[in-house]
Design a protein around this ligand. Structure first.
Ligand SMILES: [Zn+2]
Length: 301
């Protein structure tokens, strides 16, 4: 249990430069006996919730290894308000190869990374034709999501390339190429939206309006419920922006039988849905980038 929780030899990754410098170790009952010459039961009776002094030598090996990885970021500079940023993100990592099997991650999050590329291409074309966005758009493909949102945490906590205070919103795409088999009602042309109303009522309204006007995807807020046990709001990269009071929308099709399995392959992607959902993110980003005033954060925490 301790190994699982604290990652003694389980290959748990943490973000460098982000720990609090605290060391801790766990002792078992034999160690307690060796140090205090007391049975644990007696020890608990005597010392429960008290600070205890003892001297002992500790011989240990630190097996931690340094690993490095990269986020990939690109920007289209705004024509009128270049110092205000809309971040469109997805995660470029997945589970890798385990026991010789490739975990393809076509939906998670191949769908999101190609959506970001398509949206970037559309904005680049618009700019070329003289319709560049008024605010800057940052296209951010982050690493280490599957290891605990590490790439996005690095971006927000260690090294925001563009100031968080000037970051207007984050539209995060993680799995938009499939259909949730547990979803029994409604149109197949749907998407779960999470987070849109949590920090900015205006963001939520804009998202609804552009969808009604252009994208016409059925917006499903099932997982936006604060009491939903899946807690998806905390489980993808947008959360690192949200915790900084930057309004977010998380676009997500829900899980399926191929979720985090080698069988998450591109032949199972429903490309018409992927396209519709990508257009929705594009229209929302377009509106956020081009409207007269920056959206208001009316529910900051
Ligand atoms: Zn994912």
């Amino acid at each position: 249990m301790a190994a699982l929780r604290f990652g003694a030899s389980t290959g748990r990754m943490t973000l460098a430069g982000n720990d609090n410098g605290m060391f801790y170790f766990l002792v078992n009952t034999e160690t307690v006996k060796a140090i205090f010459n007391e049975d644990v039961k007696e020890f608990n009776k005597t010392f429960n919730n008290k600070t205890v002094k003892a001297n002992f030598d500790l011989d240990f090996t630190n097996n931690a290894k340094d690993l490095s990885s990269e986020n990939v970021a690109a920007i289209i500079r705004g024509t009128e308000k270049p110092d205000e940023y809309i971040v469109v993100s997805a995660h470029l990592d997945h589970e890798g190869v385990k026991d010789g099997e490739v975990y393809n991650g076509a939906d998670d999050d191949g769908s999101g990374t190609v959506a970001v590329l398509e949206i970037a291409e559309a904005f680049a074309k618009a700019k070329k034709d003289g319709h560049g966005p008024k605010r800057s758009i940052v296209f951010l493909n982050v690493t280490g999501e599957e290891k605990g949102l590490l790439g996005s945490q690095h971006y927000t906590d260690n090294d925001p390339i563009f100031p968080l205070a000037n970051t207007v919103a984050n539209l995060n795409i993680d799995m938009i190429g499939r259909v949730d088999p547990k979803r029994k009602t409604g149109d197949r042309n749907y998407i779960y939206l999470i987070g849109s109303d949590k920090l900015s009522t205006e963001l939520h309204n804009i998202s609804e309006e552009v969808n009604t006007k252009y994208a016409k995807v059925e917006l499903d807020y099932t997982y936006n419920d604060d009491n939903d046990p899946n807690r998806f709001y905390y489980r993808s990269d947008h959360y690192n922006f949200a915790k900084n009071n930057i309004p977010v929308i998380f676009y997500f099709n829900g899980t399926h039988d191929d979720y985090h399995r080698p069988s998450d392959t591109p032949d199972k992607i429903e490309y018409d849905l992927l396209e519709n959902r990508t257009r929705l993110v594009f229209y929302t980003a377009w509106e956020l980038a081009n409207r007269a005033s920056r959206i208001i954060v009316d529910k900051a925490e």
